[in-house]
Ligand binder design. Structure first.
Ligand code: SAH
Ligand code: SF4
Ligand code: F3S
Length: 472
């Protein structure tokens, strides 16, 4: 019907009609609200679920009170992250009851890593939940939601990773445009490393790489819709492997290929494991101008004894050697990392080794956490659990040092002339926010038509969360 109506209109009326149709859809369709916790892979998955649901007749809402369907895409990495979900469910339960009193229905789904790790247990603990879906089942999300809306309790936690990527619908051009000029592509999922503190191998399953052709198609479609920067995602993104016409590829090769896409200005990848940091990838940092000088390479701890207990498969010296080689290949590269304080058995001396490696590397940014014992991981059963106050004290000392390093890195940018990708409008009228090569937010004056453009600017000052700059 819409096609017939559209054909009856003159060119130019199409757009207005399109607007009317969208307004009609917004007023009459069911609305979905997706709340995302955890890592960027969850952000990517949430987008793909939204794509599938909106192509199936839902419209997105930013307001939970408005929604007919709420999906909580959850993270299980630390206890705090997982517990947050239950307090959110408590709030939604009240909303759901209020809705029921007006004769309407609110469907609540829990997806992501808590769904995978806790499964059925979620129904027991939170009967308000209608749907539980693990990370490898999202290609069925629309069908699962339909069943849940019919009153069925739906649970799906199978691992069928190839299915997920092959069957999830691609975003439409409009959906991609709406998400802005910097986008994510998951290229690898799951983890075979089994660090003794970590739940990811259990929640996401074994390491699987998406085929090169699928990734290339997605990247091309994104660039065609105006995306200028692509970040390749994976729990161990540098374990990615594939093939091109029978020739084996690693992540470095993938980056060389994607860098050929004209219109694509920038490439990034995250997160990497030190043992997969091969020569080809290090060379890519030397050779590919579009590959941004930024490497997130978690080390977790500086003591070899603790690294061994964590099952990280490398020593502190080996990590430092990688950093040295990467810096030789790309001298302006910014290094970022993740750290855990208070892993079982960590002595004062072990912790000093972490402080020492941080001093040696000099990080541009970092994430640091207190060890959280996770059910089902070997670390949780280890003796010598470190008391909370000790973990906290170590974390504060570490964060002071990392904070100083980050600030020094930002300060050192003052006076530099750099290229930024303009991503969005700033907080104040006439301000734009761009991204530096080193992932800092950069505030500069300019007009909205410049979003998506590269600008050359000079950094004038550095604040706590962003740099200020002037155009040159
Ligand atoms: N695959 C990445 C990390 C994924 S999890 C890697 O191997 O580096 C992100 C970060 O969360 C980890 O780097 C680690 O620092 C932290 N983390 C994971 N499990 C944790 C736990 N049980 N307690 C505290 N921090 C944890
Ligand atoms: Fe977790 Fe280790 Fe795998 Fe990273 S490499 S996801 S920390 S098990
Ligand atoms: Fe969290 Fe799962 Fe990502 S546990 S960090 S959402 S892989």
């Amino acid at each position: 019907m819409t096609t017939a109506t559209a054909m009856a209109t003159k060119p130019g009326q199409d757009e207005a009609l399109d607007r009317d149709i969208h307004a009609y859809a917004r007023a009459n369709s069911r609305k979905v609200f997706v709340k995302t916790y955890g890592c960027q892979m969850n952000v990517y998955d949430s987008e793909r679920m939204e794509d599938a649901l909106t192509q199936g007749g839902y419209v997105r809402t930013q307001n939970m009170e408005d929604a007919d369907l709420v999906l909580l895409n959850t993270c299980h990495i630390r206890e705090k992250a997982a517990e947050k979900v239950y307090s959110e469910i408590g709030r939604i339960r009240k909303l759901k009851e209020a809705r029921k009193n007006t004769g309407k229905r609110l469907t609540l789904g829990v997806t992501g890593c808590v769904a995978q790790a806790e499964g059925e247990e979620i129904f027991r603990r939170a009967p308000a939940v209608d749907l539980i879906a693990g990370p490898q089942t999202y290609h069925d999300i629309a069908a699962m939601v339909a069943r849940a809306e019919n009153g069925e309790k739906v649970i799906e936690t199978e691992f069928e990773i190839e299915e997920k990527f092959a069957k999830l619908p691609a975003p439409t051009r409009q959906q991609t445009i709406a998400r802005g000029v910097a986008g994510f592509v998951t290229v690898q999922e799951g983890c075979d490393k089994f660090c003794t503190f970590c739940v990811v191998p259990y929640t996401r399953g074994a390491e699987v790489s998406r085929p090169f052709s699928q990734i290339a198609d997605e990247a091309l479609r994104m660039v065609d819709a105006g995306v200028r920067e692509i970040t390749l995602l994976g729990q161990n993104v540098n374990a990615w492997h594939g093939s091109d016409g029978g020739k084996a590829m690693r992540l470095g090769d993938l980056l060389y290929q994607l860098a050929e896409i004209s219109g694509l200005e920038r490439l990034r990848y995250t997160t990497s494991h030190p043992i997969d940091m091969d020569d080809g990838l290090i060379d890519a940092h030397r050779d590919i101008g579009k590959l941004m000088p930024y490497l997130h390479l978690p080390v977790q701890a500086g003591s070899d004894r603790i690294l061994k207990a964590m099952n990280r498969h490398h020593t502190a010296a080996e990590y430092l050697d990688i950093i040295e080689r990467v810096r030789k290949a790309r001298p302006d590269i910014a290094i970022s990392g993740d750290f855990i304080t208070g892993f079982p058995g960590e002595s004062d001396e072990d912790f000093e080794a972490t402080m020492d490696i941080v001093r040696r590397v000099n990080y541009a940014s970092a994430f640091s956490f207190k060890y959280s014992a996770r059910p089902g991981t070997p670390g949780a059963d280890m003796e010598d659990q470190v008391p909370e106050p000790v973990k906290s004290k170590r974390l504060s000392r570490l964060q002071v040092l990392l904070g100083e390093q980050q600030q020094a890195f930002n300060q050192a940018c003052i006076g530099k002339t750099i290229d930024i990708l303009v991503e969005k409008k700033g907080r104040h009228e006439g301000q734009l926010i761009g991204r530096s090569p080193w992932l800092q937010s950069v505030v500069v004056e300019g007009g909205l038509s410049e979003i998506g453009h590269m600008l050359t600017v000079q950094v004038t000052s550095s604040g706590p969360v962003s740099l200020m700059a002037e155009r040159v």
